[in-house]
Design a protein around this ligand. Structure first.
Ligand code: FES
Ligand SMILES: [Fe+2]
Length: 365
C-alpha cells in the first residue's frame, strides 16, 4: 500500500453551484427507511483511497445506492459525477477521459467536472451545450483519501470539510486502510459502538487480550457526539469509543500497545463507514500514533513490517462476524447494558433519516 504522511491542506474541487436540470443522484422520493438503509445525506463521506483514482483513468463506484464516476482533471483534482450521461443515460465511466472532461461512448457527448455539457459533437450548437445536466459532487482529497459531500437535495450546500482531529494533527502519524464488506453500513457503526466485543472476538489478537471480560458501561455526552465507555477499566483493552458528528460522522478510539510495539504515544484509530448500497459498505480506518522525529521513522517501519498484517487479521474477525449476521439482525435481538451505545446510535440515525425524508417530502421540520 502506498501511503504518504499527512498533507498540510485538503485540496477541494471547485463548487459545482448552479441549478441541476436532472437529479437522479439526489432523488426526491426517498423514504426514511430508504435513507436509513442506503445512507444519510448532507454529509461528507470517504469515497475511495486516493491511490485508486489514477490520472488519465475513470473509476466507477457505487456509493449510497448511486453509481458514480471519478476521474482526475488536467490539474490532478478529483471530479465525481453521477455515472450517467445526460443524453440517454449511458454510463460515462466506459467513455473516454479527455483531461478536463469525459466523452460518452454512445454518441460522444462531452461533460466536464462540474457536470456541464461542453460539447455535443453530433449536433454542434445543440441546446444541451452549456447545461449542467449531470450531478457533480463537491470533492476534497486529504489523508490519502477522496471525500465527497453527498447532498440531500439539489439545493443542499456543502458543509465545511473538516478532518477528524487525529488526521489533521501534524504530530500524529497515520496509516490508512480500506476494505469492502458485504454488510450494511449500520452494522459497522453498531460494531464500533460496542467496545465489549474486543475482549471476546479479538481475545486472541496482538492487542486485545488483556483486562476484564465483564464490565459496566456509560454514555458520556459531548458537544459533538458522545463517548461510550467502561466505568471500571481504561487503558487496558478496547475500553471506550467516541462517536463524533461533525461535517462527517466518525468514531475515534484507542487501543493500548505494549512497549515492544515501538516508540510513540497512544495508538488511536479513526473509523468511518460509507454505504455502497443497502447491503454493502466501504470501510475506512486510519491507524494513528502521536510520534515525531526519528521515532516516527522507527514506528512507521515497525508498523509496515510487523503490525499492519496483525491489524488486517483483527479486521477480518470483524468482517467475518458482520457479514454472517442475519439481514434482520437489528430487528430480532435481545440487547443488554453493553448495547447502550448501539441503541443510542440507532436512535440518532433513525431521527436523522426521518428528518431528511420529511425535507424531501417538502415538510417544514
Ligand atoms: S447516451 Fe451519452 S451521448 Fe448519447
Ligand atoms: Fe472489532
Amino acid at each position: 500500500m502506498t501511503t504518504t504522511d499527512q498533507p498540510t491542506t485538503a485540496r477541494v474541487a471547485a463548487a459545482t453551484g448552479g441549478s441541476r436540470t436532472r437529479a437522479v443522484g439526489v432523488r426526491r422520493d426517498l423514504s426514511a427507511d430508504d435513507i436509513a438503509a442506503s445512507g444519510l445525506r448532507d454529509r461528507w463521506y470517504p469515497i475511495l483511497p486516493s491511490r485508486m483514482v489514477r490520472s488519465g483513468e475513470m473509476k466507477k463506484v457505487t456509493r449510497l445506492g448511486v453509481d458514480w464516476v471519478l476521474f482526475r482533471d488536467a490539474r490532478g483534482t478529483v471530479r465525481m459525477l453521477e455515472d450517467r450521461c445526460p443524453h440517454r443515460s449511458a454510463p460515462l465511466s466506459v467513455g473516454q477521459h479527455l483531461g478536463d472532461r469525459v466523452a460518452c461512448k454512445y454518441h460522444g457527448v462531452q461533460v466536464d467536472g462540474t457536470g456541464t455539457v461542453v460539447s455535443v459533437p453530433g449536433m454542434p450548437g445543440c441546446a444541451l451545450e452549456g447545461k449542467q445536466a449531470t450531478v457533480s459532487l463537491e470533492v476534497a482529497e486529504a489523508a490519502d483519501t477522496i471525500f465527497a459531500f453527498v447532498p440531500l437535495t439539489a439545493d443542499s450546500q456543502p458543509t465545511p470539510f473538516v478532518l477528524p482531529d487525529r488526521l489533521s494533527d501534524p504530530e500524529v502519524s497515520w496509516f490508512p486502510n480500506y476494505a469492502e464488506w458485504a454488510g450494511p453500513w449500520r452494522f459497522y457503526m453498531d460494531n464500533v459502538l460496542d467496545p465489549m466485543h474486543g475482549a471476546f472476538l479479538h481475545r486472541n489478537s496482538h492487542s486485545m487480550f488483556g483486562g476484564d471480560t465483564s464490565a459496566r458501561f456509560r454514555i458520556r455526552e459531548t458537544d459533538r457526539g458522545f463517548f461510550f465507555e467502561k466505568t471500571d477499566q481504561r487503558g487496558v483493552n478496547f475500553d471506550w469509543v467516541e462517536y463524533v458528528r461533525g461535517s462527517m460522522d466518525y468514531v475515534d478510539l484507542e487501543i493500548p500497545y505494549a512497549r515492544n510495539a515501538g516508540p510513540g504515544g497512544v495508538f488511536g484509530i479513526v473509523g468511518m463507514s460509507t454505504p455502497v448500497d443497502a447491503d454493502n459498505s466501504a470501510i475506512f480506518h486510519w491507524r494513528t500514533r502521536r510520534v515525531q522525529g526519528w521515532e516516527r521513522e522507527v514506528w512507521r517501519f515497525l508498523y509496515r513490517t510487523r503490525l499492519e498484517q496483525k491489524h488486517w487479521e483483527v479486521l477480518e474477525q470483524d468482517r467475518e462476524v458482520l457479514e454472517a449476521l442475519a439481514a434482520d439482525a437489528d430487528v430480532e435481538e435481545h440487547l443488554y447494558q453493553h448495547d447502550l451505545g448501539v441503541s443510542r446510535i440507532r436512535r440518532i440515525y433513525r431521527a436523522d433519516a426521518k428528518q431528511q425524508a420529511a425535507v424531501l417530502a417538502g415538510d417544514r421540520v
